[in-house]
Design a protein around this ligand. Structure first.
Ligand code: SF4
Length: 161
C-alpha cells in the first residue's frame, strides 16, 4: 500500500518539535570512545548480527564534529580525562552520552589513584548501561533509552539519567 493510499483523506497534525525529534531519534550518529574490553562488545553491537541500523544508528563516526551520540566504553584514567572532555566539547548540540559498562560508569574494580570513578565527573551522562561487560543487547537498550529521552525532551519532560 502506498503512503498516498494509507493516508487518503486523512489529516495528520503534529508539532515541528515532534517531527524534529522523530528525525533525530532515528538518525543517531554514534562515536565510540573505547579504551578496554567493553569496546569489543560495541563491535558486536554494530555487527550485522545485532544490527544497530534497526535503530538508525549504524553510521559510526570517529570525528566528534560528525557525531551526536558519544558512547564511552572502558576504563578512563586521569591522563585521558582532558581528551574525553575535549571530544565531548567538540560535538555539536544537541548531543547525548551513554556510559557503557561498570568501568566507564564507576571505575569498576579499578578503584585506584589513576582511574576516574565515573565519567560523570567529567561530562554529563544521559544513560548508564550496567554490566562488565554489557552485552550488545544492553548497549542497544541504552540507545533505545536515548531515543525515548529525545522524544520526551521534545515534549517538555525532564528525564533523569
Ligand atoms: S566494565 Fe568490565 S568489560 Fe568493561 S572495560 Fe571494565 S573490566 Fe572491561
Amino acid at each position: 500500500m502506498s503512503m498516498k493510499d494509507l493516508f487518503a483523506g486523512a489529516v495528520i497534525t503534529t508539532r515541528v518539535k515532534e517531527v524534529v525529534a522523530w528525525g533525530r531519534k532515528n538518525s543517531l550518529w554514534p562515536m565510540p570512545y573505547a579504551t578496554a574490553c567493553c569496546g569489543i562488545e560495541f563491535m558486536g553491537t554494530v555487527s550485522s548480527y545485532f544490527d544497530i541500523s534497526r535503530f538508525g544508528a549504524e553510521l559510526v563516526r570517529f570525528s566528534p564534529r560528525q557525531a551526536d551520540l558519544l558512547i564511552v566504553l572502558g576504563t578512563i584514567n586521569y591522563k585521558q580525562a582532558p581528551i574525553l572532555k575535549r571530544i565531548y566539547e567538540q560535538m555539536c548540540e544537541p548531543k547525548w552520552v551513554i556510559s557503557a559498562g561498570a568501568c566507564a560508569s564507576s571505575g569498576g574494580f579499578y578503584d585506584n589513584y589513576s582511574v576516574i570513578q565515573g565519567i560523570d565527573e567529567l561530562i554529563p551522562v544521559d544513560v548508564y548501561v550496567p554490566g562488565c561487560p554489557p552485552r550488545p543487547e544492553a548497549i542497544l537498550n541504552g540507545v533505545m533509552k536515548i531515543q525515548e529521552k529525545i522524544v520526551a525532551e521534545a515534549r517538555g519532560k525532564v528525564v533523569a539519567a
